[in-house]
Write a protein that binds this ligand. Structure first.
Ligand SMILES: O[C@H]1[C@H](O)[C@@H](O)[C@H](O)[C@@H](O)[C@H]1O
Length: 596
């Protein structure tokens, strides 16, 4: 029996009538998750139940250095996001900054701080929502370039701000770029990744975000005592560097083969995929050529299926493919407003609703784990634990970024070997318990910290345990999962919506945490503990295991959407496009029989 988690191909016919099962039983844990793959060579195995599995090599980031470097470069988009978060914590308390914009003696007030923060987040939200459209219409790479340009305009306005209004405008415009990149980088990365390392490659997004956070925090920390405006203009200007680098370099990245297939540009897609899978260098490993053909056919099958099941015949995919010459001219594809609206609406159709919920809730739980409460209000939170609110508390909260940074490495090592679910489940239990311990300690000792210093340090230790658990689970996996669950035609919109959920919940956390902390510090930690526990239940019963499954086959994991009728149409398309024949060639086996 094939392992659905390991298999890049689920059985062609669903034997059990899963739609008639209640939701909880359908998703009952334990669902199988993949075996570790350690074979260093490309593999293709046809199972007796007609499912097949394939890998291009071991699940190691460095097995294919080209795809690794492309993904790492694209992840610079995440760096811009993290850097702002890290730097702003220091900028907002810098002497020159606070004094310059304030009225009279008082300096910058809480309202101005709120507006500055909200301007960026609002920009990010809009940027995230718009970028999906741009990614489909103009291509992933052009959209990345555009987002970089917008980000650079915003950052320049911030760096040279002469008034608070200009600064706010700069943050709103910069936010459009940051939000756009936070959608586009993972979207591009997922579409170039081979199945066996997609998780690790996607974790590079989190790596860059937290690297940006750490660098931003410590740069700001280092410049805070420089006299005058340079203290904050310098750290704000440094964010131009990654923006410029990505804007210039993104055209050297290979185009997303999946986007090209969606445009009907099969020849270009084949070229790009061949480069990404190192076909030239690996020709001697015979199978690689065949696997590239197989992966390309899977994409074509998905694109054709989506067109047949959701478009009018006048928009036939075959027509698009046969017009390849025209489309090759590089003109943007012609997505009408109607098609755009249809694609957004499709996210809520019953067939796809499950995936939309996974994307949106993934980011909801990531944010309600409380990570940003620690990042934004670290000093306040730590002083609520009884430690003096001096530089030491700033350093402690800066340390949270460092712990997050180091936690990405085990995540990269384990995410494809163990699967997403075990990490999510263990992470959420650890996070929930950590918050609980902190809540209890705060509740018990907050009246008299001075005689309970060791209790305060225990709480700090649990802040770090929480951060490490988050850093190997909800941090990186969220960015990975939201790009995996959507099929090609809806991927950009789905990732946009999920990223928008990240920004919305991020904003809400920023809004409610201070009030919650004021009302009850113990209650605040308890709230996050409960949220993490609910996250545990959700990741246990609802989230499917996507490790080592090709993007096209993830459809099968969402059983509710895999209607028998669609399965039959899919089988027919596979036959028409020659996928079954290729499978026979790869394994020298008989063709699978038509489903009953
Ligand atoms: O994955 C990231 C990361 O963990 C950041 O540190 C956090 O600030 C973001 O909100 C989150 O999306």
């Amino acid at each position: 029996m094939a392992h659905p988690g390991l298999s890049s191909r689920a059985p062609l016919v669903d034997e059990d009538d899963s739609d008639s099962q209640p939701l909880l039983t359908r998703y009952l844990y334990p669902r199988p998750h993949p075996h570790p793959i350690s074979n260093p060579n490309p593999t293709f195995t046809l199972q007796p139940d007609r499912s097949y599995t394939y890998t291009y090599g071991p699940p190691s980031l460095f097995a294919n250095n080209y795809v690794f470097l492309c993904a790492l470069f694209a992840s610079i988009g995440g760096l811009t996001f993290g850097y702002d978060q890290g730097v702003i914590a220091n900028v907002l308390v810098m002497k020159d900054f606070v004094g310059r914009w304030g009225k009279g003696e008082e300096g910058i007030g809480p309202w101005e701080v709120g507006v500055l923060t909200a301007a960026l987040e609002l920009g990010c939200l809009i940027g995230a929502l718009l970028s999906g459209y741009l990614a489909d219409k103009y291509s992933r790479r052009r959209a990345i370039f555009l987002a970089c340009v917008v980000f650079l305009v915003g950052s320049t306005l911030q760096t040279f701000a002469m008034s608070l209004n200009q600064l706010t405008l700069g943050r709103a415009i910069g936010g459009l770029g940051v939000g756009g990149l936070s959608t586009l980088s993972p979207l591009y990365m997922t579409e170039i990744s081979p199945p066996e390392t997609r998780g690790s490659l996607l974790s590079l997004e989190q790596f860059s975000i937290v690297l940006g956070c750490v660098v931003g925090f410590w740069v700001g920390f280092g410049t805070r005592n420089i006299p005058g405006a340079l203290s904050w203009r310098l750290p704000l200007s440094l964010q131009l560097l990654p923006g410029i680098l990505l804007a210039i370099g993104c055209f050297w990245l290979p185009p997303s083969p999946r986007w090209l297939v969606g445009q009907g540009r099969i020849r270009d897609a084949e070229k790009s995929l061949g480069r990404l899978r190192l076909v030239g260098e690996r020709r001697a490993e015979g199978l690689v050529d065949g696997l590239v053909k197989l992966e390309l056919l899977e994409m074509q099958v998905e694109a054709t299926l989506l067109h047949r099941t959701s478009h009018s015949p006048s928009e036939s995919y075959q027509q698009l493919v046969s017009n390849e010459g025209d489309v090759d001219s590089g003109k943007p594809s012609n997505h009408g407003v109607k098609a755009e609206w249809r694609a957004w609406k499709r996210l809520l159709e019953w067939k796809y609703r499950d995936r939309t919920w996974v994307g949106v809730l993934m980011m909801f739980f990531q944010q309600w784990s409380g990570i940003n409460a620690f990042l934004y209000y670290g000093p306040t939170l730590i002083s609520s634990l009884g430690l003096p609110s001096s530089d030491a508390t700033l350093i402690v909260s800066g340390g949270i970024g460092i712990v997050q940074f180091f936690a990405v490495f085990p995540a990269i090592a384990m995410i494809d070997r163990l699967g997403r679910k075990p990490l999510l489940r263990t992470g959420s239990v650890m996070m929930s318990l950590s918050h609980l311990v902190i809540a209890l300690v705060v509740y018990q000792f907050s009246n008299d910290w001075s005689s309970h210093q060791s209790a305060a340090w225990i709480a700090v230790a649990f802040v770090y345990i929480f951060t490490a658990s988050y850093g190997v689970s909800y941090g990186p996996i969220a960015w990975c999962l939201i790009t995996e669950v959507f099929p090609l035609s809806m991927r950009s919109k789905g990732v946009s919506l999920s990223t928008a959920s990240n920004w919305t919940n991020n904003f809400l956390i920023g809004l409610v945490t201070p009030a919650l902390m004021q009302t009850s510090p113990a209650g605040t930690f308890l709230t996050f503990s409960v949220a993490c526990f609910v996250g545990y239940i959700w990741s246990t019963y609802v989230v499917p295991e996507t490790a080592n499954v090709s993007l096209e086959e993830i459809d099968k994991l969402f059983r509710s959407s895999a209607g028998r009728e669609d399965q039959e149409i899919k089988f027919q398309i596979e036959e028409e496009l020659g996928l079954h024949e290729l499978v026979r060639e790869l394994e020298g086996m008989d063709a699978p029989s038509t489903p009953a």
